[in-house]
Design a protein around this ligand. Structure first.
Ligand SMILES: Cc1cc2nc3c(=O)[nH]c(=O)nc-3n(C[C@H](O)[C@H](O)[C@H](O)COP(=O)(O)OP(=O)(O)OC[C@H]3O[C@@H](n4cnc5c(N)ncnc54)[C@H](O)[C@@H]3O)c2cc1C
Length: 290
């Protein structure tokens, strides 16, 4: 591991100034579950690590705003998975947070770190996409909101500009509470990154949104507005054909050690159909977890 400077600013302004000064030579430290591993294996070698944990303006609170929720940059997976409001209105996100790593990882890993790491396999990304989340970023030019679909570029790369960091993630109020679910496929039980990770939300107006990850350079959102997928009486074969059309852009890497492209694509369709069925059931039940 190359030696690096360590800073622990106490204000947002201080952190932004460090990031603006050092650019790509600086890395932020939240829970460290991605960062420390990459520092150790040498895949990154920043000159400075900026610890977020003492910044007064950043916290791990989950707050209500205009009927939606704002999740602070330091909120960890354990708290997200356990939050009653998330489990009720954004169930796929609670389910995704609950399968990240192990108990120890979930106690440290933040939602903000999960999306800023921008792994195509990030489990929370599909759920954030189907709920239309917005990323709140602070930087030298002030604060801005980035729609989550405009946030991911490719593995390790987001649309955050030099000097910017994520202060919170906003979940807009659901227009009507959708039936939603997160599903994933891993090589084994226990902690493993997903070969396919997928979220689905079926709305009462007949719109179905699906988002998937681990099948290309970034997570992808697709939408069915024909009403076919949301129709509980539509034949399975017709739904499978529709899913094939929606998933046409999936392009899993042939170089991955986790699963072959053929297997990932097959599982994407299987999980997609299963997720649509579960989401329809949950919509009918009112989507409240037992
Ligand atoms: C054993 C193990 C199992 C895992 N299993 C899973 C899994 O099943 N599913 C899954 O999705 N992930 C998994 N992960 C990955 C990891 O736990 C998550 O990506 C985690 O959410 C990262 O959050 P963190 O707070 O630890 O981020 P850190 O490691 O602190 O940071 C990650 C990256 O995000 C940047 N960053 C952090 N916070 C901010 C911010 N506020 N603004 C801007 N940039 C920021 C950092 O600079 C760094 O580049 C696993 C990791 C391990 C070690």
């Amino acid at each position: 591991m190359r030696a690096f400077a360590y800073e622990r600013p106490t204000t947002l302004q201080g952190a932004v100034a460090l990031l603006a000064e050092h650019g790509s030579e600086a890395r932020l430290l939240a829970g460290g579950t991605d960062l420390i591993i990459r520092l150790r294996d040498g895949s990154i070698a920043p000159r400075i690590v900026v610890d977020l944990k003492r910044i007064a303006e950043l916290d791990g609170q989950i707050r209500e705003h205009d009927g939606g929720l704002t999740i602070g940059a330091r909120a960890v997976m354990t708290d997200i998975a356990a939050d009653g409001r998330i489990r009720r209105d954004y169930r796929a996100l609670a389910e995704a947070a609950a399968v990240v790593g192990s108990v120890q990882i979930r106690n440290r890993a933040t939602l903000a770190g999960n999306i800023c790491n921008a792994s195509p396999a990030a489990d929370t990304a599909p759920a954030l996409l189907v709920y239309g989340a917005r990323v709140i970023a602070a930087g030298p030019a002030g604060t801005r909101r980035i729609p989550i679909d405009a946030f991911f570029v490719r593995s390790g790369v987001t649309t955050l500009a030099r000097g910017e960091l994520v202060t919170a993630i906003e979940l807009p109020r659901p227009t009507s509470r959708p039936g939603s679910v997160h599903l994933r496929r891993t090589r084994r039980r226990g902690h493993d990154l997903a070969s396919v990770t997928l979220a689905c939300a079926v709305r009462a107006d007949g719109v179905t949104q699906l988002a998937y990850g681990s099948l290309g350079p970034r997570p992808v959102l697709v939408s069915d507005e024909t009403g076919l997928l949301a129709d509980p009486t539509a034949p399975e074969l017709a739904k499978m054909r529709r899913l094939e059309a929606l998933f046409v852009g999936a392009s899993p890497s042939p170089r991955s050690m986790r699963a072959s492209p053929e297997y990932r694509l097959a599982m994407l369709h299987v999980l997609g159909l299963r997720a649509v069925g579960t989401a329809i059931e949950r919509l009918a039940q009112g989507s409240v977890p037992r």
